[in-house]
Design a protein around this ligand. Sequence first.
Ligand SMILES: NC(=O)c1ccc[n+]([C@@H]2O[C@H](COP(=O)([O-])OP(=O)(O)OC[C@H]3O[C@@H](n4cnc5c(N)ncnc54)[C@H](OP(=O)(O)O)[C@@H]3O)[C@@H](O)[C@H]2O)c1
Length: 326
Amino acid sequence: MHCKQKLSLPTMGCGTWAWGNRLLWGYRETMDRQLQAVFNLCVNNGVTLFDTGDSYGTGKLNGRSELLLGQFTREYQGPNQENICIATKLAAYPWRLTRQSMVNACKSSAKRLGRNVDLVQMHWSTANYAPWQEEILLNGIADLYEQGLVKGVGLSNYGPKRLLWAHKKLAQRGVAIATLQVQYSLLSTYPVTKLGIKDICDELGIKLIAYSPLALGLLTGKYSEEGPFPKGIRGPLFRYLLPEIKPLLTCLQQVAQARNKTMSQVAINWCICKGFIPIPGAKNVEQARENIGALGWKLDPAEIAQLDDSAATIKRVMVQNIFQTK
Ligand SMILES: NC(=O)c1ccc[n+]([C@@H]2O[C@H](COP(=O)([O-])OP(=O)(O)OC[C@H]3O[C@@H](n4cnc5c(N)ncnc54)[C@H](OP(=O)(O)O)[C@@H]3O)[C@@H](O)[C@H]2O)c1
């Protein structure tokens, strides 16, 4: 018996990685209210795809991102309510060794969300370190689809070779891959320019999702090499990259000014023009509002070429996810 429900994907989504980690920074109640306002604004404006993961908010945070998303979904009343699509990523933890462990993981996510997951995604491939584990986990994902517990199946951090392998395995179970999520932005063109993932996905009818489309905030233009730099792992990364990416930021700024848009809006719109569904993370309503302004218009081919040419000259770019496969 195969799942008959329809999975619908909008042009843009919203990432919620930071949501799961907010607690670390305190001010929980105020923050949660702010994130709920972000959620409401997004849905109201037709941004109805929310990406989360069962590893977002680990340890004491206890699946916080999924818990918040579930609460926000239940409490939202307004336009596009029926189009809300919750995409979660199940981690390929080393202790998940049976297909039932993936089914149980998704049921736990659904419990935190208080509703079924719409799109279940394999968070990463185990090809680089435990290739034997992966088929078992993919079978668990296929079981979820067969049992009607999810509307669609997606992958994350797969390169073309492993994608074709996974496609074959899932096809044997009669399950189509709806989406593939990779790190994609003007500072992370690798999946397309080096791996050629877009052509394969187009061939297989897989929709691409661009994660970190703002290069963790670098493409917003608000950080400069003089600092201040953000706290945490972004600090040293930004310190390392900012002096080298100036020409790209200047180009982005020029295109944005000529268009009467912001740099963030141009960076996100560029992803859309490349055929991706970007899922920028927004920490507050102002950021969400600005990012929503990336919708409803399109860069023209000359602007895209200008940005592509500039991006191609940058030698230091975003580091790829360690789980990204070939
Ligand atoms: N599949 C995977 O392995 C994977 C990996 C990473 C992420 N993801 C998904 O992708 C989503 C988005 O990626 P991301 O959060 O890593 O990176 P991102 O979307 O490139 O950057 C988000 C950060 O940029 C800043 N920002 C966003 N909009 C802004 C605006 N309009 N103006 C100024 N600053 C703005 C915020 O940080 P500050 O305000 O602190 O600068 C925000 O947290 C995540 O939430 C997650 O769902 C998936």
